[in-house]
Write a protein that binds this ligand. Sequence first.
Ligand code: GDD
Ligand code: MG
Length: 361
Amino acid sequence: MKAVVLVGGEGTRLRPLTYSTPKPLLPIGNQPFLERQLEWLAGYGVDEVVLAIGYLPDAFDQHFPEHEYAGVKLRYRVESEPLGTAGAIRFAAEGIDERIVVCNGDVLTTLDLGELVAFHEKTGADASIALTHVDEPSAFGVVPTFPDGEVRGFVEKPPRGKAPTKWINAGTYVLEPSVLAAVPPRLQVSIERTTFPRMLDRRGRMYAVQSDAYWIDIGTPGKYLEAHTDLLAGKIGAPPAPGAVETGPGVWVQGDVDVHADAQLFAPLLLGAGCVIEAGAVVRGSSIGAGAHVEAGAEVVRSVVLDGATVGPDVRLLDSVLGADARIGVGGSATNETVIGADSVIAAGSLLSNARVPAEG
Ligand code: GDD
Ligand code: MG
């Protein structure tokens, strides 16, 4: 089976991390998200993936120089300008004249793709779509259905309080070639706002499977952090990261790490290979990247420290993300979903906070 993964978005809500790394290549639990997604697809028999690329195209080539991962052959289609979701799928799938799977490139899920494909075959639908239940649907595509699973409508990002249901588009589709044949080539077209609604207007057959599997869109700082919390809580499976070994309840370690006897570790935790936790440091509910340093007296709580980053002495990192190889100088702090970009150097004593996210109690 072939799949198209949409990886062309700029990831604006995760800036500045996405200035240098496209969102699908940002690590989740010390593994680039796209690797996890390719493993998931491979688990359902997908053997070829076309990456629908727009933003930072070279990063994908550099990351997968063999054009292969987890037994999946990778092809790249680079848009010269964003074609929107349907335009990008159509462009990426040129030359493929068979049923395809399509995924958004920012959804971490344990969804049963096999069930979606089986249901698609059973109903003989033109398009099938996985749905997940959320408390606040206004940031998503909202999809009401009939009792037999047939889709009644598709409302992308309805105003708050106006959504007809809390079942939303989980960003995973099975599409017959007829769906893409209806998309004009090389034009900017949204599958959510144009292709699906138009298909329904023309009485196309679209079915949905409601899933209660784990599901999260990693595209905002809060959700990126939440994905890590869930990963560490075992919601995506164990081990939470490749090669991680549980050295104590909820403490997962990848390779050799250097933890000082006077450092305090509180589960759940993921410590990447070669990381250093110095004396008096406290690390709690966090993911620490390979080769990262948490220096003396620093406190890292519910945070993500990416590879090679340094949390300087007596720094406090709370509910925040420190980009790869970035550094916070002595006595500084970053709190409330602060996101610090790769290679940044934050001066000693700097107090960073994301004012849009109110501090706790
Ligand atoms: N190649 C390409 N070209 N990819 C694109 C483009 C484009 O022009 N525009 C967006 N993408 C990719 C993004 O990289 C992402 O992987 C995916 O398409 C969805 O875009 P987002 O920008 O993340 O959309 P969203 O999260 O606001 O909403 C979408 O996902 C929700 C589920 O997370 C919609 O599909 C919603 O209906 C859905 O509920
Ligand atoms: Mg998204």
